[in-house]
Design a protein around this ligand. Structure first.
Ligand code: PLP
Length: 407
């Protein structure tokens, strides 16, 4: 069990460190008031569940990792929920959450749904598969998925600080209990070196940003030494679940390896806390273009209002919405899946109604390894010899003259 706090002899007591900052006024409906409330809530959460921890501990990402909560029973206790013993028997995906993200979840039902093991994970639907995207058959060497001609997915660890119950790699993540080592990375790096058509390497896992700075830097420097690798991307949920990880030292290191991009996983607007905003700001200030990836999830974000709030929150934090994924058919995921029409309806509710920069591309990762297929509401009504019939965001009909062939 890891929900017991580590005692550091020389850190100040909770009360000492958390003397109320006098600058925060307590005016109602004031953003600062919200911040003060949030801060009081955290103070309480720490005192109740991690009494030996200081605020300094809380802000230390290694403390967060050491004190992960790894059983459904403990999660339920801290969230004040009824614990059903059936839950403990659920699924093959391990349970884990950082104390920080559990604190976020303690104020958000939607976030709870993303991390709490659920008895419905044991119900395997007829079309559900452990590897629905056929990643294993597209894997020429361990750790590499080579599906598209010019880019590869490089799975550098199977470890995440927090396991999302709908994880597309539930077959892999959290299984070894430790990070991959440099020896296993060498095989993958050799593959990339030998394939000169690979100009884009996407580091994912697991969560690459749970690795120590030194290992991330080693990977980036190896990749930078390969002349044909033009860009490197990192896929991570760290800014949402472990924002403490985005330290000034990390961003100082990352900015030496440009062009480096990041895809940040977000599920719900309530994940965007001041801590998460600060982490995104540090990454953006390091010149890293930030995109988002969101899985469409029943009961979490499957309505236009929630999705719009999320996309607005992201763009305010300089994260450009990139992909909205239909939930992959991993075993025991039916309770998370929405009809495709729900996703199309959400895109229709965004396009034209808000900034184009706030609209992700809705994709289905085709089962069996077809790659990402984009889906759009039907804006093209049809064509005839006069041109194309168009429907705008208000459902008004327009005609564009087009004769199908160049003159
Ligand atoms: C998603 C994915 C990529 C990257 O796709 P982009 O559309 O370029 O972001 C690359 N390889 C695999 C196997 C993927 O699943």
């Amino acid at each position: 069990m890891s929900n017991t706090a580590v005692v550091h002899e020389d850190t100040p007591e909770l009360g000492q460190e958390l003397a109320e900052p006098p600058s925060l006024s307590a005016q109602a409906d004031h953003p600062q008031d919200q911040e003060l409330q949030s801060w009081r809530h955290l103070k309480n959460f720490l005192a109740t569940h991690f009494p030996a921890a200081s605020l300094k501990d809380w802000e230390n990402w290694r403390w967060q990792l050491k004190n992960r909560i790894t059983s459904a029973r403990s999660m339920a206790r801290i969230l004040g929920l009824e614990f059903s013993p059936y839950v403990a028997a659920a699924g093959g995906l391990p349970a884990a959450v950082t104390p920080y993200y559990l604190w976020v979840a303690s104020r958000s039902k939607a976030v709870q749904r993303c991390i709490l093991p659920d008895i419905r994970e044991t119900e395997i639907g007829p079309f559900e598969r452990p590897d629905p995207l056929g990643e294993d058959v597209h894997s020429p060497v361990p750790g590499i998925v080579h599906r598209y001609p010019d880019r590869v997915l490089f799975l550098v660890t199977d470890f995440c600080s927090t396991y999302c119950r709908y994880c597309t790699r539930s077959r892999l993540v959290g299984k070894s209990g430790h990070h991959s080592d440099m020896r296993s990375w060498q095989v993958a790096l050799d593959y990339i070196r030998q394939h000169r058509g690979v100009r884009d390497v996407l580091l994912s896992g697991g969560d690459p940003l749970t690795l120590p700075d030194m290992k991330i830097e080693w990977l980036l420097s190896q990749l930078r030494d390969i002349a044909h690798v033009e860009i490197v991307r990192i896929g991570t949920k760290v800014p949402a679940v472990l924002p403490q990880r985005v330290t000034p030292a990390l961003t100082r290191m990352l900015r030496r390896y440009h062009p480096l991009l990041m895809s940040l996983h977000f599920a719900h607007p309530e994940e965007i806390t001041p801590e998460t905003s600060a982490a995104c700001a540090r990454l953006a200030d390091a010149g890293i273009p930030l995109g988002s990836q969101t899985v469409l999830l029943a009961g979490v974000n499957d309505d236009v209002t929630t999705m719009k709030r999320l996309m607005h929150g992201l763009i305010r934090n300089r994260v450009r919405p990139y992909y909205l994924y239909q939930c992959d058919p991993i075993p025991g995921s039916a309770h998370f899946r929405t009809p495709v029409d729900t996703g199309l309806g959400i895109i229709k509710g965004l396009r034209g109604h808000t900034s184009g920069y706030c609209i992700p591309t809705y994709v289905i990762d085709a089962p069996g390894g077809g790659g990402k297929v984009p889906l759009q509401p039907d804006y093209v009504l049809g064509r005839d010899e006069q041109g194309v019939g168009l429907r705008n965001y208000e459902d008004r009909i327009f005609h564009y003259p087009d004769f199908g062939q160049e003159a």
